[in-house]
Design a protein around this ligand. Structure first.
Ligand code: HPA
Length: 251
């Protein structure tokens, strides 16, 4: 295991870190199978960093088929003590329009059928007793604060807080589903936030999400949501995320 370090999980729109000085790519096989790809180890603005694209290096793994357990395990194995999860989302709340960067503080999980715990007896060293992690505050406050400090240093406008709805995907939601999520108190919606966050907590890693709004959620505007629209909005948003990461690494 290397020294404690930050890992970045890239989402749609961030399949690679442009500025990383690549050291090596490590193929890590975990007791839970294979992660989305080899873990990239490199140097980013003077600090060691790990990187893993959630959907694979060629963006081919759908949200419900990602091996979340293998991803989190592999990053911990590679020496991560903190994980910054970058994620494309749909915006529900009025201040979360396309291109906006949001650091959520709560989650409601609507996903289903995903392997969502290390504590299910499938790995020999972890089957002795069932463990119920505390998940009152699903994101690491310490890592969130580091993000706010970086955002303010780099003068990047980020929304502090919001409830992330984790849906199953890969389809987008219906307008009625978004109305329901809104009634539930959700402010942004994505497909990969869970079980990523709770698995990180199970392994006692700091975990925070940097969400980039790719589109208004279904029914929030007239018309339909297109992949072209998502990609265009993500280009600008991910530029800000890159600046934010730069400031984070330089802090
Ligand atoms: N819903 C769920 N996930 C998403 C969306 C959305 O509207 N946009 C980007 N990821």
């Amino acid at each position: 295991m290397g020294t404690p370090t930050l890992a970045i999980i890239g989402g749609t729109g961030l399949d690679a870190l442009v500025d990383i000085k690549l050291d090596k790519r490590e193929i890590i096989i975990t007791p839970f199978g294979e992660p989305s790809g080899p873990v990239t180890r490199g140097n980013l603005f003077g600090q060691e960093v790990l990187f893993l694209p959630r959907h694979g290096y060629s963006h081919s793994i759908a949200p419900h088929l990602i091996n979340y357990r293998a991803n989190i395990w592999a990053l911990r194995d590679a020496g991560a003590d903190s994980i910054l999860a970058v994620a494309a989302v749909g915006g529900i709340r009025s201040d979360m329009g396309p291109g906006q960067v949001v650091i959520p503080d709560q989650i409601i999980d609507y996903s289903w059928g995903r392997k969502s715990t290390f504590f299910d007896g499938t790995y020999e060293t972890r089957d002795s007793k069932v463990t119920h992690i505390d998940f009152t505050h699903p994101y690491s406050n310490a890592l969130r604060q580091r993000l706010f400090n970086a955002a303010s240093a780099a003068k990047i406008d980020v929304v502090d807080g919001g409830t992330y709805a984790a849906t199953q995907g890969p389809r987008l939601e219906t307008a009625a589903e978004i109305t329901r999520l809104e009634r539930d108190g959700c402010h942004l919606v994505g497909m990969t936030g869970m079980p990523e966050a709770s698995l990180a907590r199970e392994l006692e890693l700091h975990y925070a999400c940097c969400a980039v709004v790719a589109n208004w959620a279904a029914g929030k505007t007239d018309g339909i949501i297109t992949m072209e629209e998502i990609e265009t909005n993500l280009t600008g948003g991910m530029q800000q995320v890159s600046e934010l990461i730069k400031a984070l690494m330089s802090a």
